[in-house]
Write a protein that binds this ligand. Structure first.
Ligand code: TYC
Length: 102
């Protein structure tokens, strides 16, 4: 018969095996050069926000230094980071977009 101790050790081992699928936050970082209107366009185009929502997030990044654009599965988050970075560089802006485990 399993002891209480064995039962809880088994449960712990099982919990360690069943890892939650990793999700990632995609964030924008503030800088002194990217125009506010450009950031608003990025949030609308790549994160499906309306202008009001996009303005709110842009101002949060501007005042607090960083802000979350959304939470996605790892490959989707990586694609968003690539798309935003490519779009920013092709418009000569230094806008930084990064992902972070949630
Ligand atoms: N700080 C920028 C400015 O004053 C605006 C800005 C907001 C830049 C958000 C980047 O992720 C950013 N023009």
């Amino acid at each position: 018969m399993a002891t209480k101790h064995q039962d809880s050790s088994l449960l712990e081992a099982r919990r360690a095996q069943i890892k939650q699928p990793p999700f990632y936050k995609v964030l924008l970082l503030n800088d002194d050069f990217t125009p506010m209107d450009f950031v608003i366009v990025v949030l609308q185009r790549f994160f499906g926000m309306d202008r009001e929502q996009a303005t709110r997030i842009m101002l949060k990044v501007h005042t607090e230094g960083r802000g979350v654009c959304g939470v996605f599965a790892r490959d989707v988050a990586a694609t968003k980071v690539d798309q935003v970075t490519t779009f920013a560089r092709s418009n000569q802006h230094p806008l930084a977009c990064v992902m972070e485990e949630n």
